[in-house]
Design a protein around this ligand. Structure first.
Ligand code: BGP
Length: 486
């Protein structure tokens, strides 16, 4: 029976980051180049045309591969978490985090992806990080691939469109799950797996100008990720039956622009295309609506014998997702104005405020998403990303008065609590960018999410000192009161 009063007493309050946006040290201790290392700082501030912002081409890759420093490539230097993790984890402990979501940087472990033996120095680094977390009573929640893969797999296998990548990923997962089997219990296979369709390079290592048909390549890559994810789930259960394996979706809830049935139908289609991913990973099979969609778009996904069985037999233990904004669908979208978001732009919703980056803020949408996903799957849910990207100002006295961030979190956590009272089985919540990191979509440092401020500008200048923002004390109170004191 759910606790109608609010969050369960073992609710996992936490914070999240990703290796490629935080660690830096992009070529230290044997690490190979990753897809994230190819993304330059982008000076144009067109936050609506995100395709352009996140776009990586054969030419830009060639340039990046020849560029042998971190300058101009912010994800290569991150916030130097690689060298400062002890200081950061001490701050997380002070904040009261019970769980910390991070990712393992795949090319730190297998620099080329297809190497047969792992890089010991990379493995040692995560041993130290997990030990430090455990010492501070913080449970790690680990994503195996968060928006990066070894570049060699992109150049030589076509990224995830290449079937061989499954075997390389499984070897990587086998290595780290065995190594950390007593240190890590919660694992996610792919961050925002739907990104492979929306942003094929970031999600699937697909260079769009190197394939004939981007949509075809993306769905093929996604299929390989589904199979890899199931194979890793199977393996995980053999390595340690106590492991809990989750899928991870960028939940993009679509509202119809009007009550016109055509718009309602369009919103339903868009919601289905988003939930396709959890349908496969939770229910264990492709939903019936995909056959027609693929046929109408000339997509034909090649599947090997045994693939569908693998998907069926090894489904996840829990569902995690990110939630930042809601989207709007219309049968004639060109009749409306558009706004940004980090994965794609959407129609403007006149009922919602927007950030400078065009993200529409919708706390109630989080409750809707939670209820609807629990209705659909009846599996424990975990909100593993939610947060506000904003520019912060350091006052003359050194303080950062981020009341806007407190308001954002208060409203979202409030709605989450309502969903729990509605009966949703919610395991935990990890706020995104618990400490300021490099933005995934814009590579800016100045789009900040943290409760902890990092002194660094968009061009990598600054002391890298960490400072507590006003929101730090607020979130500390929220955790200490188990979500009662908002
Ligand atoms: C999610 C990603 C994160 C992340 C966050 C905020 O889609 O999983 O890696 O950074 O969005 O996005 P951004 O950094 O673009 O503001």
């Amino acid at each position: 029976m759910q606790n109608v009063q609010g969050f369960s007493k073992d609710f996992l309050w936490g914070g999240a980051i990703a290796a490629n946006q935080a660690e830096g040290a992009y070529d230290a201790d044997g690490k190979g180049l990753s897809t994230a290392d190819m993304v330059p700082y982008f000076d144009k501030k067109d936050y609506v045309n995100l395709k352009e912002l996140m776009h990586v081409t054969s030419d830009s890759i060639q340039k990046a591969m020849a560029h042998s420093s971190a300058e101009g490539y912010p994800k290569r230097y991150g916030i130097d978490f690689y060298h400062r993790f002890k200081e950061d984890i001490a701050l997380f402990a002070e904040l009261g985090l019970k769980v910390f979501r991070l990712s393992i940087n795949w090319p730190r472990i297998f620099p080329n992806g297809d190497d047969l033996t792992p890089n010991e120095e990379g493995l040692r680094f995560y041993d130290e990080v997990f030990d430090e977390l455990r010492k501070n009573n913080i449970e790690p929640l680990v994503t195996l691939s968060h928006y990066e893969m070894p570049m060699n797999l992109v150049l030589n296998y076509g990224g995830w469109a290449g079937r061989e990548v499954i075997e390389h990923f499984v070897r990587y997962a086998d290595t780290v799950m065995n190594r950390y089997k007593d240190k890590v219990k919660y694992w996610l296979t792919f961050n925002e797996i739907n990104t492979t369709i929306i942003e094929p390079f970031t999600g699937g290592g697909i260079v769009e100008d190197r394939v004939d048909n981007v949509m075809q390549a993306s769905y093929q890559a996604l299929h390989h990720q589904f199979v890899a994810s199931s194979a890793v789930t199977k393996l995980a259960r053999e390595i340690n039956p106590e492991f809990k394996i989750g899928c991870m979706l960028a939940r993009m809830i679509h509202y119809p622009a009007t009550s016109k049935p055509e718009d309602v139908l369009q919103a339903q289609i868009d919601n289905q295309l988003n939930l396709l991913h959890t349908d496969v990973q939770v229910r264990g099979s492709y939903p019936p609506y995909m056959a027609r969609y693929w046929a109408e778009h000339g997509v034909s996904v090649h599947m090997e014998p045994g693939d569908l069985d693998m998907l069926k037999q090894h489904t996840v233990d829990f569902i995690s997702f990110s939630y930042y904004t809601s989207l709007v669908s219309a049968v004639n979208p060109e009749e409306y104005g558009v706004t940004g978001g980090n994965l794609y732009s959407t129609i403007r919703n006149p009922n919602l405020p927007r950030t400078e980056w065009g993200w529409q803020l919708d706390p109630i949408g989080l409750r809707v998403a939670l209820k609807e996903m629990y209705d659909r799957y009846q599996l424990p849910l975990f909100v593993v990303e939610n947060g506000l990207g904003a520019r912060d100002t350091v006052e003359a006295d050194g303080s950062i008065q981020d009341d806007y961030r407190i308001d954002y979190f208060r409203q979202h956590i409030q709605q989450m609590k309502e969903a729990v009272k509605d009966g949703v089985d919610l395991m935990g919540y990890t706020s995104w960018g618990v400490i300021d990191i490099i933005s995934a979509s814009t590579s800016e440092m100045s789009k900040r999410y943290g409760f902890i401020y990092v002194d660094q500008d968009d061009h990598g200048k600054g002391t890298l000192n960490r400072y507590k923002k006003k929101s730090f004390g607020w979130y500390q109170k929220v955790i200490a009161s188990n979500g009662e004191d908002l």
